[in-house]
Design a protein. Sequence first.
Length: 238
Amino acid sequence: MDFTYTPQEEAFRQTFRAWLEPNLRTHRERWGEDEDEFTQHPSSPASLAWHKRLYDGDWVGLHWPQEYGGRGATQMEQVIFTEESMRLGAPPEVNGMGINMVGPMLMHYGTVEQRTRYLRKILSAEEIWCQGFSEPGSGSDLASLSTRAVQDGDDFVITGSKIWTSNAHNAHWCLLLARTDPEVPKHKGITCFLLDMQSPGITIRPLVQMTGDAEFNQVFFDQVRVPKSRVLGTILVG
């Protein structure tokens, strides 16, 4: 197998390197290296400042299609981007959940209105996303989740809880899985929702780690109303 980079890939490297080196130097003049967060941490002013610089340079969401604000980068171009970033110790982008998971799902399953509403603000990190999948007692076993979503007119009413929800305390939106049909086999009847984290009935409880950090959270939903327009994909019943 030939691991040699093509001329086009090396040209991509040089283009990114020419942008990265002076921009990281300018960033460091304002934010010292010890202020960088080397995880995707949307509560860090230094990380947010670097993300904005990446976004303004069109370097966020490389793998996204150009029509949605990305560069349509190849897998190898993404590898080169990571290599060059790590070579200089550049901070990562924030909103990784939105960029790497929510955005692609919206492109594939979302309506035109949903894509128009959410995608740009995901890339810019104006709106931070978290993932509401794991639950107490079931961990990452999605087939056993018990959070319920009951239809009431044009809304769904959600009751239950999620755990290990990274950055829920910083998130504006949540990609949430909830059971819409409890009568079918447990791996069926689960629907995906785009949930506003400022909705009434949501309580966020930080989970403090040994380090004293509280990146993870348990999130409680008490009769939280979500309009049907925020279902991502199909409402799964029966």
